[in-house]
Design a protein around this ligand. Structure first.
Ligand code: S3P
Length: 169
């Protein structure tokens, strides 16, 4: 089984993914970090130098590689689930967990970070408009949805671990 964490920037995918992988004895993979390592460039630089489409291509290539693996917890970038090809490729035994967060939590958790899509004058407006288009997509592909606003990363992880016990391994 693979556990794939999806959701908006700042939802806690990386923090929670690392915890869940540790508890399950699975390998943890952060897709953004993996893409950065392979390219020898930061996500920001990939966006600046080659554009978003190039980043999305790298994301899809990595998805194809990971789909063959097992016992992985994969933390996806916030745009991953928007590409139906990625979702289709994810592998039969993968479970998609959507970490849901409201705009307030997202703004707080992404404060001071340098994500290319939030590098705009009005971050709040950008977050609200991106969330509006993305939320239905995240929800429609998810096997499990966890509301993270009132929970600590430990509590979110517990929720996923409980559910994972009911999933075939
Ligand atoms: C993106 C989210 C980022 C990263 C890239 C694009 C998005 O990942 O993949 O900046 O489209 O939402 P995080 O969700 O880990 O911040």
């Amino acid at each position: 089984m693979n556990i794939v964490l999806i959701g908006f920037m700042g939802a806690g995918k990386t923090t929670v993914g690392r915890m869940v992988a540790g508890r399950m004895g699975y390998v943890f993979i952060d897709m953004d970090e993996e893409i950065e390592r392979a390219a020898g460039l930061s996500v920001n630089t990939i966006f600046e130098k080659y554009g978003e489409a190039s980043f999305r291509g790298r994301e899809a290539e990595l998805t194809a590689r990971l789909a063959a693996g097992d016992r992985q917890v994969v933390s996806c970038g916030g745009g991953w689930a928007l590409n139906p090809g990625n979702v289709a490729m994810r592998g039969a035994s993968s479970r998609l967990v959507y970490l849901r967060a409201n705009p307030e939590s997202i703004l707080k958790r992404t404060e001071g970070s340098s994500r290319p899509l939030l590098n705009v004058g009005d971050r709040a407006e950008r977050v609200v408009s991106l969330l509006k288009s993305r939320t239905p997509v995240y929800a429609s592909v998810a096997d499990l949805i966890v509301d993270t606003d009132e929970l600590t990363p430990e509590e979110v992880s517990e929720r996923i671990l409980e559910e994972a016990e009911t999933w075939a391994t």
